[in-house]
Design a binder for this molecule. Structure first.
Ligand code: AMP
Ligand code: GLY
Length: 431
């Protein structure tokens, strides 16, 4: 039997493990006590026929290259392709070369503070300031307040707010519209969409209030998903990007996650991630039909592949977060109800911040503790089922949103001036 190694420890990796489990022997490293097949061994020391790397940090650090140099088959880009997420300035350079519709931008490094502030002073409307490098989910400020933008640019470029990752910034024009996530499988020069769109809900509280998080829930398909919209996104963004990568000698093998804003002028690419989204994976992957191993293997080999087919269910996932998340999540709270929920039809539990106590019982051990995905014929049925499941799970201080799938992020939802958070963070590893 094929042996698949999933690298990572969160809900996304649990969903990947669940995708492969009926068709392969699955090992997850490091995983967590609630994901079957978890082993705390370096991926470099694991024997497997296919490695699927979940999170961005190991990819940006070159894990895929290290595995490939040992002759392993890997789904996930090498260090060069991973720069699409690891450096926003480089990503923008690629987008410009590829002619991808995106927010206008300028890049400034630490020696250009004066020019950066002058540039901010010329901007009208919403100003977006991003750290170039990975910033653990917090590197983006979206503001209508020029003074706040100036202060943020100063703090980032001086290295006080994000260290080295912030010593180069991308300053962008603000766009507005709902945001959706597209997952494209890219195998060298071949690419095909996982044919759906998902929508993440990044604010902590119901009705898109409260601080930004790594994602409090997701729905798939996202409102407004059509095959035509997906094709447009592939045509205007993903294909030209993959062509530019190939021209630069970069053979990307893995998933390319396009974060798009649906503006009045059409879809605009806000960012690329080089991995599946979390919690989007928990609503997209359960819809995959049939054996995923051949597709992932072909992508990993850089060969032509059959695009996946999805079932037509709607999926809602609700994240259950720890007391204190996203600032200082409390650990060690006993979690009950998992077995009862796992037994419910059309419901899956994906564990992220779950550890075990000395008696082997599940306890909270991270910010986003777990997510509960439920299927239904439409959003409201899926959400009701997910809420019914969540109501059976208990741990002290559990936080979750009741409105996943109803209030998609909209231009005027929440507080765009970000006074409640200090920044509207991007949502990478804020687990
Ligand atoms: P990013 O990591 O680049 O996707 O940015 C994180 C979040 O910041 C996005 O999901 C958006 O909510 C917001 N954002 C990023 N770029 C822009 C932009 N140009 N205009 C408005 N909001 C943005
Ligand atoms: N849910 C957004 C992300 O994974 O970055």
């Amino acid at each position: 039997m094929t042996r698949v190694c999933v690298v990572g420890s969160g809900g996304r990796e649990h969903a990947l493990a669940g995708l492969f489990a009926p068709y392969a022997e699955v090992v997850v490293t490091p995983g967590n006590p609630c994901i079957a097949g978890s082993v705390d061994t370096s991926p470099l020391d694991i024997e497997a026929d296919l490695f699927v790397v979940g999170p961005e940090v190991p990819l940006v650090e070159g894990l895929a290259d290290d595995l490939r140099s040992r002759g392993r088959l890997v789904f996930g880009p090498g260090r060069q392709g991973a720069r699409l997420e690891g450096s926003k300035a480089w990503m923008k350079e690629v987008l410009v070369e590829a002619g991808v519709p995106t927010a206008g931008h300028r890049v400034f490094d630490a020696s250009e503070l004066g020019a950066a502030l002058e540039h901010v002073d010329t901007m009208e409307g919403t100003i977006v300031v991003k750290t170039d490098g990975l910033a653990a989910g917090k590197g983006v400020l979206v503001t209508d307040d020029r003074a706040e933008a100036r202060a943020d640019v100063t703090a980032k470029l001086s290295g006080t707010s994000f260290g080295a990752a912030g010593r180069r910034v991308v300053i962008e024009e603000g766009l507005s519209g709902p945001e959706v996530s597209l997952f494209a499988l890219v195998s060298g020069t071949e690419c095909a969409a996982v044919p759906t769109l998902a929508q993440d809900h990044k604010r902590l509280l119901t009705a898109d209030r409260g601080p930004n998080t790594g994602g409090m829930g997701a729905v798939c398909p996202a409102p407004g998903t059509t095959p035509e919209l997906i094709e447009t996104m592939m045509d205007v963004a993903v294909r030209p990007t993959v062509e530019v990568l190939a021209r630069r000698g970069i053979e990307y093998r893995g998933v390319l996650f396009g974060g798009f804003m649906l503006t009045a002028e059409g879809p605009r690419l806000l960012e690329y991630n080089i991995r599946f989204g979390d919690p989007e994976a928990q609503v997209v992957l359960p819809r995959w039909q049939g054996d995923p191993v051949p597709t992932f293997m072909a992508v990993a080999r850089g060969e032509a592949f059959d695009p996946p087919e999805l079932d037509d269910r709607t999926m809602v996932t609700i994240v259950c977060a720890a007391e204190g998340y996203p600032y200082s999540p409390r650990r060690g709270d006993l979690i009950t109800g998992l077995d009862e929920v796992r037994a419910m039809e059309g419901v899956s539990v994906f564990c992220a911040g779950v550890g075990s106590d000395s008696a082997g019982r599940p306890v909270t051990s991270g910010g986003r503790v777990l997510s509960v995905t439920a299927a239904g014929p439409d959003v409201s049925a899926a959400r009701s089922r997910a809420l019914a499941a969540v109501s059976r799970i208990h741990f002290a201080g559990m936080q979750y949103r009741e409105d996943i799938g109803t209030t998609g992020p909209s231009p005027d939802a929440g507080d765009r001036r970000s006074s409640d958070t200090g920044s509207r963070g991007r949502t990478g590893e804020q687990t």
